[in-house]
Design a protein around this ligand. Sequence first.
Ligand code: PLP
Length: 419
Amino acid sequence: MTTVPDTYFTTGLDADPELGAAIRGELERQRDGIELIASENIVSRLVLETQGSVLTNKTVEGLPYARYYGGAEFADAIETLAIERATTLFGCRYANVQPHSGSNANAGVFLGLLRLGDTILSMNVAAGGHISHGHPATLTGRDYRIVSYGVGRTSERIDLDEIRDLALTNRPRMIIAGGSAYPRAIDFAALRDIADEAGAYLLVDMAHFAGLVATGLYPNPFPHADVVTTTTYKSLRGARGGMVLWNDERLSDRINHGIFPGVQGSVLLHGVAGKAACLGEALQPSFRLYNEAVLANATALAESLAETGLRLVAGGTDTGLMLVDLAERGVTGDIASKALEKAGIAVNKNQIPFDPCPPEAPSGLRLSSNAGTARGFDETDFAMVAHWIDTVLRASTDETTLAGVRSEVLALCRAHPIY
Ligand SMILES: *Cc1c(COP(=O)(O)O)cnc(C)c1O
């Protein structure tokens, strides 16, 4: 009896046909469908290979060159590379690249900088904020006192006067900007002034626009924010995970200890390597071209949707992300997203500001040009995507129409293969 099968080190997915079939099925799904979900992207082969590498075997805790386990020579080199690339890319002094996710990055910063029961002023999820900014269903929502701001009813944009009033009345220890469904630019300098007046930290969560910040195509949260958090797998087109960036050395120990041991244990080293890889790619000139295309394609998608009569929340997008209001079509986001999926187009249903409909059957869809741009779609292609969305929304129960769009979607995808 051998303790491991002969094939243990040599056979990959073929060793587990049931699991292998599901993963291959997912590859086909990604290959043959159009991905418009804003929290997704399509990574390079390099990033993919880091994720499936031997780094998954290594356990390290603590920071580079100050580990609790031995054998960390290469781990230290990899994490140091990720940190150096992150600080170079965003022009800041310090980075922690260990957060397993964007939510952990935020939770670790809260734990490091705040005391239990402190007040956080953050954006309402219903207005486009992110759940990890203190939603009542999360640990952070339970540990801190959350006050939330929204958007103006007609502008559908952040209202600085509202934030200032709430900040001066509630005296938060932290103000958070950046959300998961806010399509417009944010005035970080004005938020800095408000934070100073209220005596609060300013945290900017740039998960959805980090790539644009890195390439100078969106307002930079630095030098205004005390701390910046992000995910690395959305606009940064890299490994799943999160990251924290800051400039003030006095915050370093508190932030680092907030992440480990505050909210996490050992490092996902393969994830850190994937972050180093995507940050390396983001430092290349081609990443600027990619982000310019993300914006041009988002504009083409938004304008073409508007031409079909659909209304865009806040009138359009500055970020590559947009919210479409379906109210006038008499269809809700859940039904629309299911019909679009049948046609090979992946989107997510989303509430719009002041949505009269519930989250399960909301009035909107959230779209992004990130992933389509990564596989090489151009503005003409995105105008066509808008046309297909319009067609599906007009005939969401007509199987023949859905099948017709499906075959056109497939042809476009085949023209821009992945992996
Ligand atoms: C996606 C996102 C996160 C959280 O990401 P997870 O990796 O899913 O935890 C945090 N903040 C914002 C603004 C996001 O968009």
